[in-house]
Design a protein around this ligand. Structure first.
Ligand code: SF4
Ligand code: SF4
Length: 204
């Protein structure tokens, strides 16, 4: 159409003398609305390092790496903010509900991708026989606390609670020695615990 309509012309003239609808970010701050889904961040005190958030993350933005050396281990969970799509699934399905939360931070631009990360680190419980990773200390403690007295029905949970109460000292088992009945009272992965029980039932 060659001639603009009168209404459109009026709007164009009005917009010339009115403030723009858009804001001047980044030259002035922009306050996101409540419940805005921004940059996710770990809450160290509430995260138990279970890794469930990494399993549900649709963008594979959460990495879980276990480092094990000399019977000791630590798990490092990393959120790669340059992969994150701010969907909030990690928070929604977090085992403790508050181990990871979405902040209202949205200005995540950087020229260096190695800086676009947040991490949380957790101590691991390692099988004292084969060195397999069992879970994080916080995860076992969290399950034990939720179960209350029932936790004493599971040797790993009972051991963790007893250590917390100062009833037993942290011990290292000599993996060169063959498994025997007494080893039931140590941190064992399910496979090694089965071996102890089978050995007790049927012998070597
Ligand atoms: S507690 Fe929540 S944030 Fe921490 S690893 Fe488990 S699912 Fe992820
Ligand atoms: S907000 Fe979504 S994409 Fe980002 S880390 Fe959480 S689950 Fe992954």
């Amino acid at each position: 159409m060659r001639t603009p309509k009168v209404r459109e012309l009026g709007e164009a003239l009005r917009s010339l003398f009115s403030r723009p609808y858009t804001i001047r970010f980044p030259y002035e701050p922009s306050v996101p609305p409540e419940a805005f889904r921004g940059k996710p961040k770990f809450v160290e005190a509430d995260c138990i390092g279970c890794g469930a958030c990494a399993q549900v993350c649709p963008a594979n933005a959460i990495e879980v790496v276990d480092h094990v050396e000399d019977g000791k281990g630590r798990r490092v969970l990393t959120i790669h903010h340059d992969h994150c799509i701010f969907c909030g699934q990690c928070h929604r399905y977090c085992t403790t509900l508050e181990g990871v939360v979405l902040t209202n931070e949205f200005d995540t631009g950087t020229y260096d991708r190695t800086l676009a990360v947040s991490t949380v680190e957790k101590e691991l419980v390692i099988c004292q026989e084969c060195g397999e990773v069992i879970a994080t200390v916080d995860q076992i403690r969290w399950v034990a606390q939720r179960l209350g007295p029932k936790a004493f029905g599971n040797m790993g949970l009972a051991l963790m609670l007893s250590q917390d109460l100062g009833l037993v000292a942290e011990s290292m088992r000599d993996p060169a020695r063959a498994l025997e009945r007494g080893d039931n009272v140590s941190f064992l992965c399910p496979r090694c615990r089965r071996e102890v029980i089978l050995y007790e039932q049927w012998g070597p």
